[in-house]
Design a protein around this ligand. Sequence first.
Ligand code: MN
Length: 292
Amino acid sequence: MAYRKIEIVTAPREPHFVGDGFRVHNFIPSGFRLDMERMNPFIMLDYGSKFHFPPSEQPRGVGVHPHRGFETVTIAYKGKVAHHDSAGNSGIIGEGDVQWMTAASGILHKEYHEENFSKTGGEFQMVQLWVNLPAKDKMSPPKYQGLTHDAINKYSLAGNAGVIEVIAGQYKDVKGAASTFSPVHLLNAKLNKGAKADFSFPMNFNTGLLVVEGSVVVNGEEAVKTDHFALFENEGEEFTVEALENAVVLILSGEPIREPIAAHGPFVMNTRQEIIQAFEDFHSGKFGTLED
Ligand code: MN
C-alpha cells in the first residue's frame, strides 16, 4: 500500500508578537505552500513555541478585537490563557485544554495570560488555529466550546506507547469532543520514545502535522524536528508517525470548503462586499460590547 507522502517540511519562521502576550511563528497562511487555498479549511495557524515569560503584574495579551466568518481554536501546551467575549462566554485554559470559539456572525473577544500565571511567569506554549466556516454558516450565532483535558476523548496505543487525544473528528473508534461545521480531524498524538501510530484521512482532506515536542519520523523515512510543520500530499490516505524521543504532535486534517475566500484582518468571508459589510457592522456596534 502506498503511503500518503510528505509534500514539504517547513521550519518555523521568525517569531512576531500578537499583542504583547503571544510570541508566534506563523505557518498558515504565510509559510511556503501553506496558503489559505492549499490548507483550506485551515486558514491561519500561529504557533507559540516554548517561551519563558518573566513575571508581570499586568497580564500580557491581546485587547478587545472582532472576528467574523470562522472559528478560532486555541490549544494550550504550557501556560494559561483567559478568554472573554461579547457573547458572554469566558474561560481559562491551561496545559492540555482547548478552547473552540465560533465567531461566525461576529464577536468581540480578548485573550490574556491568566492572572496568576502572569504574576509568577513561566513557560508558555500554544497553538491558535483558524478554521473557516462554510458560507451557509458564516452568519450563524457565535458559540463557545471550552474543552478541558479531562473532557477530551483519548485513544490508548497498545503497550502504553502513548495516547491520541481526539479534539475533533475521529481517531479509530474514538470520537472528538468538539462539534464542527465541516469535517475536521484535530488530534494531539502524545507518543513515548519508539512508539509508532498510524493515521488515515480521506485523500482530498488537506492534512498536516506540527511537532510540538520531541522529534518524529514519518512513513519510516522522513524526520520532522521540534517546531517544524509537515504538509502531506493529497495522494494516498495512510501515514505513520514514529517518535524518536518522547513527542507531542498536533495533527490536522480537513475537507476543503470549495468556496471563494475574501479575507481581511479579523474577517474571513466569501466576497469583498461581505468584508465591507463586516467593517460597517463592527463600527456600528453590531458585534456587541466588551470592556477592555
Ligand atoms: Mn482573536
